[in-house]
Design a protein around this ligand. Structure first.
Ligand code: PA5
Length: 459
């Protein structure tokens, strides 16, 4: 990041930063003068952190970012101090996590042997992380299928789930920190009856797993009474920071993904040392952009399997930062699909947003387009075309004056995704704290729950 150019005007149009970027590109193309400007974050000895953060065209100067590094560091230190509520996630990987991982793995093994479908009921932080990781890394061709419900009130959706589980052996996982969320508990009421009818009380209890706080709440008490397995969601970890606890790990393990490698990735980066120097520059840059009037961040992916990662990011940032009028509205787009619907808007639609690409090199055999296809793409691979799309969008949007950040890993795998999940949790919490809001509460969500309950009780 130190190689970036000084601060420039953030307005749309031909500002010097973007002109310089184009000149650099030409010089690089002709003489190979300028190497990649991305910086790896983290320098923990003996550990390779795979995340690259490229802020070259973010429009925020290196000096401006550096000026807030000590403030960002203080925020991180506060998170790690243990004095703040709901910061248990920070030190969780590698410490409190180990014994629970054993338990999760043995439950997952049993579930994989006895269930064709594992149905996870939960909403918000109680399901999004698991779905994001399974969509991204899951093997969709074999094993126990993991389905999700309890995150909407659609009767049609639930009927469709019933259609999918017909004739199949089912395991149920009810995830709710509070043990009182309406979406989750109403769906559980329906599937509990189904399980009792299909398996009888004892087997139904053995096929049902709960993830909730270990204290009196509706789910915890019921699980104790019926003898179902309960995984603890620690009191000091909030829903949207819980993907690397049994909340996410149990469904992820059931899907066949190696949670040890996922946790190894998280553990590698779960150390304040990794965020020293430039490690919190993404968080600082976001806040600088917000202060400059860029109140919308669009996360952009070039892989359709990352769609739910976008949803997870939206919840993480939206619920953590969206308070006191200081939020950055998180949106997500899938390319190249959305270039044909939102590309126009991104180029010329509004000056309030910045873009954050989330990139990973594609693995697997190159998929070659036959020579008989139309030129110029005949003979090229789909992977090559995707890389060209990414470079082309970056150049075009930078040239149009939009701040663009690129965050990349060499490929999606358990380790890099573990690192990314933890990276975003940290950057999000620090970013919120830099704006002066508490990342860990969600008073707005609680208010809607209360209002809705009032209407339901009157029915
Ligand atoms: O991040 C959060 O805290 C929320 O999104 C919760 O995960 C969501 O509201 C579900 O709550 P619960 O797990 O208590 O059912």
């Amino acid at each position: 990041m130190e190689k970036r150019e000084p601060q420039n005007d953030r307005n749309q149009g031909c500002n010097p930063l973007f002109i310089w970027y184009i000149i650099k590109k030409i010089l690089d193309h002709v003489w190979g003068i300028f190497p990649c400007d991305s910086e790896k974050i983290g320098w923990k000895e003996g550990v390779v952190l795979e995340i690259q953060v490229d802020l070259e065209c973010s429009g925020v100067s290196a000096e401006d970012v550096a000026s807030r590094r000590s403030e960002a560091w203080d925020a991180l230190s506060e998170i790690w101090s243990g004095k703040l509520d709901f910061t248990g996630w920070a030190a969780y990987p590698g410490k409190e996590g180990e014994s629970e991982i054993e338990e999760v793995l043995s439950a997952a093994e049993k579930i994989r042997k006895t269930c064709d479908v594992f149905l996870v009921l939960g909403v918000g932080g109680s399901f999004m992380g698991a779905k994001a990781v399974i969509d991204l890394l899951g093997d969709r061709t074999s094993g126990t299928e993991v389905l999700f419900a309890g995150y909407n009130f659609s009767a049609r959706y639930l009927r469709e789930i019933f259609r999918k589980i017909e004739g199949k052996d089912l395991g149920l996982c009810v995830v709710s920190k509070s043990g009182s969320t309406t979406e989750t508990l109403s769906a559980y009421g329906i599937f509990r009856e189904y399980m009792l009818e299909k398996y009888g009380a004892e087997e139904a209890a053995g096929r049902t797993y709960f993830v909730t706080e270990h204290r009196h709440n509706y789910l915890f008490d019921l699980a104790e009474k019926e003898g179902s397995k309960v995984f603890d969601l620690a009191e000091n970890i909030g829903g949207r920071y819980s993907v690397l606890t049994p909340v996410g790990l149990l469904p992820i393990a059931v899907s066949g993904i190696d949670i040890r490698n996922l946790m190894r990735g998280a553990e590698e980066i779960a150390d304040p040392e990794c965020f020293k120097g430039n490690g919190l520059d993404y968080a600082i840059t976001r806040q600088k952009l917000r202060e400059a009037g860029k109140g919308i961040e669009v996360f952009e992916f070039f892989d359709p399997y990352a769609a739910y990662f976008g949803e997870w990011l939206k919840q993480l940032f939206g619920e953590s930062e969206g308070k006191d009028g200081k939020g950055i509205f998180p949106a997500s787009l899938m390319f190249s699909r959305d270039l044909h619907s939102m590309g126009q808007f991104l180029q010329q639609g509004a000056p309030e947003f910045f873009e954050t690409f989330l990139l990973a090199g594609e693995t697997g055999e190159p998929l070659r387009i036959p020579d008989s296809a139309k030129k110029p793409f005949a003979g090229k691979t789909m992977q090559q075309l995707n890389a060209c799309a990414e470079k082309g969008v970056y150049d075009a949007h930078v040239a149009a004056g939009t701040p663009v950040i690129r965050i990349s890993v060499p490929e999606w795998n358990e380790e890099t995704v573990g690192q990314l999940l933890y990276f975003f949790e940290t950057e999000c919490a620090v970013s919120a704290m830099l704006s002066g809001v508490n990342p860990f509460g969600q008073p707005g969500v609680e208010a809607y729950k209360k209002e809705m309950r009032g209407y339901i009780e009157k029915l």
